[in-house]
Design a protein around this ligand. Structure first.
Ligand code: PEP
Ligand code: MG
Length: 577
């Protein structure tokens, strides 16, 4: 039956393909007494072998799509599967208790998990506990005859349907096959949406209950530009979606002609167009889309893609690769911003009621717990600085004191390296993100001490409106064009300029086609966005006259009381929009 639903348009693109349901199956079972324990042992052997075969295939596919390092976790799982001690204990339990294989498996693996998890000062053993949990789940699924979803094994054109996708789930999607994803929850600025844009995978989020409406293998049509999703579309609907896809591809081809063009407005003013990245691999997309800089390198992905804290050398290599890949163009590296929706499995942070308002980002870095980690990152950055034009910025700054503490670590580590005879660039700019309203209000004071601002509107809007950026129920409050947000942004830009500093923006608003005219009008210096938005923004800028946009922005700031009024006013200044 055909069903239509609407969600939040989170990443452009149109796709029609089969649904791949990424939901965890029911693995519950009953404990029963059995006569024939040999038969249960045999069932266990079959499930173990099937798990092993399956894992070998997953591993191979993961190497192909994600590289050898990302696949190493499966080696650990394969090792658990062939551990004779554990297998013997499971079989002994089956025999001694005359019970089914499911119960034997669960009892023994639970026991190992409890022991290993209890070794709190031994992270290696704690990781083994996580491996055993994963393996036990796989073997149990085979015993119960249910299928565990695994996005790394997708090998035909698919649309992934999930309740939610974490950034690490998203990183595992192979864009050769995954044409789109649709989730129940999430919003335009959740990190899975941001990654979808980087990977150029269409995405519609926040549909509420798509996982309940779709069956694995159903045909699904997704329009990430409008937020429309159709389950089991008719022939005509498929044709319409394919036409929309072709029109989008044609438009992209036109934008592509601007790859090497300068970013100038109709009256010849230059604005810097930069791109946001999550890993060194993304630099290719930055250059392919003709961005003039990296305006935000989210280094936490380096931590999230790793099994343990990345070492100084590992980080150095990553930063060096990005700086070299950008060939002397500026690279703004943000120090790690863990917390919120970005978790680290090996970093045991306390569970909090409100993680977005909690112990996260710079708050960790300048605390005692995070000090060593922060200094390691700083050293790696400073060492890499000689390979290009490095700029460092701190996330989630609320107080000047926090900036000063972080800057002191920069100064101390720089002095130490120099004393060790290690070369460090002497022109590294150090700035902050403005994503907390307190810092936006006090920008005039911050501007005296920092080298630059980069406005993180993804968080600035959520904190100003007190509306979780991940929560589709309150997405109506997520209003980039609300005059309250525009006034904060204007205050930041003016304050920077008064001290001769520059102000950029690296939140998603920087690439929002309705926001760009206002930001040009307010005099924002640098616009950093998903690489895939750069060319369309360059194309838009060519049509804008800065004097007119200044007038538009001024009136929006002083005369408008709602976001709707701001957009209505746009019609006076941008008649063709
Ligand atoms: C922001 O908050 O606008 C930002 C760019 O940082 P992130 O999206 O990583 O929180
Ligand atoms: Mg942020």
């Amino acid at each position: 039956m055909t069903e239509m639903l609407n969600g939040i348009a989170a990443s452009d693109g149109v796709a029609v393909a089969k649904a791949y349901l990424l939901v965890q199956p029911d693995l519950s079972f009953e404990t029963v007494t059995v006569e024939d324990t040999n038969a249960e042992e045999a069932r266990l052997d079959v499930a173990l072998q099937a798990s092993q075969d399956e894992l070998s295939v997953i591993r191979e596919k993961a190497v192909e799509s994600l590289g050898e390092e990302a696949a190493s976790v499966f080696d650990a799982h394969l090792m658990v599967l062939s551990d004779p001690e554990m297998i013997n204990q499971i079989k002994e339990t089956i025999r001694a208790k005359q019970t089914n294989a499911e119960t034997g498996l669960k009892e023994v693996t639970d026991m190992f998990i409890t022991i290993f998890e209890g070794m709190e000062d031994n992270p290696y053993m704690q990781e083994r506990a996580a491996d055993i949990k994963d393996v036990a789940k796989r073997v149990l699924a085979h015993l119960l005859g249910v299928k565990l979803p695994n996005p790394a094994t997708i090998n035909e054109e698919s649309i992934v349907i999930a309740h939610d996708l974490t950034p690490s789930d998203t990183a595992q999607l192979n864009k050769q096959f995954v044409k789109a994803f649709v989730t129940n929850i999430g919003g335009r600025t959740s990190h899975s949406a941001i990654m979808a844009r980087t990977l150029e995978i269409a995405a519609v989020l926040g549909t509420n209950d798509i996982t309940k409406r779709v069956n694995d293998g159903d045909m699904v049509a997704v329009n990430g530009i409008t937020g429309e999703v159709i389950i089991n579309p008719s022939e005509e609907q498929i044709v319409a979606f394919k036409e929309a896809g072709a029109a989008y591809a044609k438009q992209k081809a036109e934008w592509a002609l601007l790859k090497d063009a300068e970013t100038v407005t109709a009256d010849g003013k230059h604005f810097e167009l930069a791109a946001n990245i999550g890993t060194p691999k993304d630099v290719e997309g930055v250059n392919d889309n003709g961005a003039e800089a990296v305006g935000l390198y989210r280094t936490e992905f380096l931590y999230m893609d790793s099994q343990d804290f990345p070492t100084e050398d590992e980080q150095y290599e990553a930063y060096k690769a990005v700086l070299e890949g950008m060939n002397g163009k500026p690279v703004v590296v943000r120090t790690m911003d863990i917390g919120g929706d970005k978790e680290l499995p090996y970093f045991d942070l306390p569970k909090e009621m409100n993680p977005f308002l909690g112990y996260r980002a710079l708050r960790i870095s300048i605390s005692e717990t995070g000090d060593a980690m922060f200094r390691t990152q700083m050293r790696a950055l400073l060492r890499a600085s000689v390979h290009g034009q490095l700029r460092i910025m701190f996330p989630m700054v609320a107080l000047l004191k926090e900036f000063r503490a972080a800057k002191a670590v920069f100064d101390e580590e720089k002095a130490k390296l120099e004393a060790e005879g290690i070369a460090v660039a002497d022109d590294i700019q150090v700035g902050i993100m403005i994503e907390i309203p307190a810092a936006a209000m006090l920008a005039d004071q911050f501007a005296k001490e920092v080298d630059f601002f980069s406005i993180g509107t993804n968080d600035l809007i959520q904190y100003t409106m007190a509306a979780d950026r991940m929560n589709e129920q309150v997405s109506y409050l997520y209003q980039p064009y609300n005059p309250s947000i525009l006034r904060l942004i204007n205050n930041v830009i003016k304050s920077a300029h008064a001290e001769g500093k520059w102000a950029g923006m690296c939140g998603e608003m920087a690439g929002d086609q309705q926001a760009v005219p206002l930001l040009v009008g307010m005099g924002l210096d640098e616009f950093s966005m998903s690489a895939t938005s750069v060319l369309r923004t360059r194309s838009l800028m060519k049509t804008l006259d800065t004097a007119k946009m200044r007038e538009y922005a001024q009136r929006a700031l002083t005369e408008c009381s709602t976001a709707e009024e701001v957009l209505e006013l746009a019609k006076v200044y941008l008649p063709e929009a």
